[in-house]
Design a binder for this molecule. Structure first.
Ligand code: S3P
Length: 448
């Protein structure tokens, strides 16, 4: 397996580029790619996957599936076959499940392991070891899982002893998190009753959709203003189905913002998943005045997909409501870059969850903006960026803290700032978007 977590940091610099032109074909969605592996593991027979994201995070999940007794084979680029063992069929892994940088893989797999009569240890890199896991452990313990060992504060390395008969629970998630919801649903698959999750704000719904696609009985009803009640009937027999992974809107965000801020650009991004629980950035950029047109809207692999034509635009600052955060949670670092080039103030509200991502993203973004000479402030859980109306000084070295999205965001900034932007380590980009530098160079990016 490629390993982006060892060896020495590799700095990279982006300097101002001429107009970006051409097309970008996106890598597969990371959320769906993790789930494709896991659903393959939990169904009996062959699950064929096309368009899988072959980023380090997903490869770690594939490796964990192997350790739990699935046969996982790469048949060609993005084309994978998983021979699963079915719900209840997992065996204790002989080695530590090392998820590297992957919060999603580790958290979803905790739900899977928790619902089996097996013991497994979860670990990862320095970033994953800092991330809060109590939000997953608490509901799993209610379902009957034993936390055999954990590092201080409920962090990795964590050893779980699962239960073959998880209790069906009703759980209100404390934060809008698809990872919490998914871990409980995956554990609920092996529960003899109904598992109910209530979320005050809807988070991405890929797990619910895939459960239904594989034949499980799941009902989703609206609850409150923008919430959901999800009810899963346990112990279905999942039927293997082919999975086509649509392009990742969170990766699309980088060429999209680059095209908006580099004068004269005209870029088409092919195959962007348009699931409404993932398109908050698009809504926000359009409010800022972005010229983005949808071409060829279609359905692929059960998801809405479109190609997006993005042209350089003079952007204006906007107020981004906290309620939009779940639908663009991974896109705030690159939105902050767009805001730096906009005219006026952009206020991004309710960003508390950014503090527990691959890095403390709120602080990492603020520090990067400071390096680049962009006016900004953190006000409670809000980030305020005062844009330079197309003019950003740039310069400086951005600390990426093992965070792929911090690295990509500030490289995008350097494509339009006066002075080059330098990031201290580009290796983590491989976790979610291994082709990033190549694809951006094809559009005209100047990285060195
Ligand atoms: C993800 C959910 C989000 C997101 C992450 C992927 C998923 O995390 O930030 O990159 O695939 O379920 P939270 O559930 O913690 O918000």
């Amino acid at each position: 397996m490629s390993n982006s977590h060892s060896g020495t940091p590799q700095p990279l610099s982006a300097r101002r580029a001429g107009a970006l032109t051409g097309t970008v074909t996106l890598p597969g969605d990371k959320s769906i790619s993790h789930r494709a592996m896991i659903f393959g593991l939990l169904s009996i027979g062959e699950t064929m996957v096309t368009g899988l994201l072959e980023g380090d995070d997903v490869l770690r999940t594939a490796d964990a599936c192997r350790a739990l007794c699935a046969q996982v084979d790469r048949l060609g680029e993005g084309h994978w076959r998983v021979r699963g063992v079915g719900i209840g069929g997992l065996r204790s892994p002989k080695k530590v499940l090392d998820f590297g940088n992957a919060g999603t893989g580790s958290r979803l797999m905790m739900g899977v392991v928790g619902a089996h009569d097996i013991t497994a240890t979860f670990d990862g890199d320095a970033s994953l070891r800092k991330r809060p896991m109590r939000r997953i452990l608490d509901p799993l313990v209610q379902m009957g899982v034993t936390v055999v060992a954990q590092a201080e504060g409920g962090r990795c390395p964590i050893t779980l002893k699962g239960t073959p008969d998880p209790l069906p629970i009703t759980y209100q998630t404390p934060v809008a998190s698809a990872q919490i919801k998914s871990a409980i649903l995956l554990a609920g698959l092996n529960s003899p009753g109904r598992t109910t999750i209530i979320e005050a704000e809807a988070s991405r719904d890929h797990t619910e959709k895939m459960l239904r696609y594989f034949g499980a009985d799941v009902t989703v009803t609206h609850e409150g203003h923008d919430g959901r009640r999800i009810v899963l009937q346990g112990r279905p027999e999942l039927k293997t189905r082919p999975i086509i992974v649509p392009g990742d809107p969170s990766s699309a965000a980088f060429p999209m913002v680059a095209a908006l801020i580099v004068p004269g650009s005209d870029v088409t991004i092919i195959g962007v998943m348009m699931n409404p629980l993932r398109t908050g950035l698009l809504t926000t950029l359009r409010e800022m005045g972005a010229d983005i047109t949808e071409i060829n809207r279609r359905i692929e692999g059960g998801e809405d997909v479109a190609d997006l034509r993005v042209r350089y635009s003079s952007l204006k600052g906007v107020d981004v409501p906290a309620a939009r955060a779940p639908s663009m949670i991974d896109e705030y670092p690159v939105l902050a870059v767009a805001a730096a080039f906009a005219k006026g103030e952009t206020r991004m509200r309710g960003l508390q969850e950014l503090r527990v991502k691959e890095s403390d993203r709120l602080q990492a973004v603020a520090d990067g903006l400071a390096e680049a000479g962009v006016r900004h402030a953190i006000d409670g859980d809000d980030l305020i960026v005062t844009g330079g109306a197309g003019d950003v000084r740039g310069g400086g070295m951005v600390a990426t803290h093992l965070d792929h999205r911090i690295a990509m965001s500030f490289l995008v900034m350097g494509m339009a700032s006066d002075k080059p932007m330098n990031v201290d380590d580009e290796r983590m980009i491989a976790t979610s978007f291994p082709a990033f530098t190549r694809l951006m160079r094809d559009l005209g990016a100047q990285f060195a």
